[in-house]
Ligand binder design. Structure first.
Ligand SMILES: [Mg+2]
Length: 233
């Protein structure tokens, strides 16, 4: 796949808001979105991913590297493993191995309440992890991830399956955000409710041309749904 961004604006044209007492860009500096008028533009931009992919394994590590990315904050549930599962597919294991081989630092930041499960997966995968309910998007999760990786925001990507958690939080911290389709339909009941708002946001983003082209591997082209399509777009 190729990870594509759209449009282009100067960083100082982007809206800002205070986060934890500091003023940071409301959207990622990696986002190159066309400007729109209207009061909804700011929050819509904060939900727009820099790139989209059908799954974690479709994210092109070499493309990330070419963009100057050296560290990746990974979501856990429905990004690395199905919800509440301890199973990690061979494809995901191979992707993680490839990412390490490319020199990427990795960490897992999760909103899971199952600390023991997260710790077990962290140990098995050899990837440091941090988990707390509510840790994303407004909690300390992404700052924890940046600290664990030791990479600056402009050299860090966030990959996850939730627009209102992984993408919103990553954008607020100035990361290169990659939105992937969830691995399965099984998820926490509250997440299912959030998906309703997510579908509405995706519809608005798509209507305004604020979604990047979905990245798909050549073998998957025309076969797998995009992250947006997977979510009912
Ligand atoms: Mg998730």
């Amino acid at each position: 796949m190729s990870l594509l961004a759209v449009g282009g604006v100067a960083e100082d044209e982007l809206p800002g808001r205070p986060i934890n007492g500091r003023r940071e860009p409301a959207i990622s500096r990696h986002q190159g979105l066309p400007r729109y008028g209207g009061s909804t533009t700011g929050w819509l931009k904060s939900l727009a991913p820099c790139a989209m992919a059908a799954s974690l394994t479709e994210v092109d590590i070499h493309d990330l590297k070419a963009r100057g990315i050296r560290g990746i904050i990974l979501d856990l549930d429905n990004t690395i493993t199905p919800w509440r599962s301890l199973e990690v597919s061979d494809g995901v294991l191979a992707w993680l191995k490839g990412a390490r081989a490319a020199g990427m630092r990795l960490c897992i930041i999760s909103n899971s309440s199952k600390a023991r499960r997260v710790a077990e997966l962290s140990e098995r995968l050899g990837i440091p992890a941090w988990a707390r309910v509510g840790g994303k998007p407004f909690g300390p999760g992404f700052q924890q991830g940046l600290t664990m990786l030791g990479t600056p925001p402009e050299a860090t990507a966030a990959i996850g399956d939730q627009l209102l958690s992984d993408v919103l939080g990553g954008n607020r911290h100035g990361l290169y955000t990659v939105f992937v389709a969830p691995m399965s339909a099984s998820e926490f009941v509250a997440t299912k409710l959030v998906r309703i708002a997510e579908r509405m946001a995706l519809r608005l983003l798509r209507r305004r041309g604020m979604l990047p082209a979905s990245g798909r591997g050549p073998a998957a082209r025309g076969k797998q749904p995009t992250a947006g399509e997977e979510l009912g777009e």
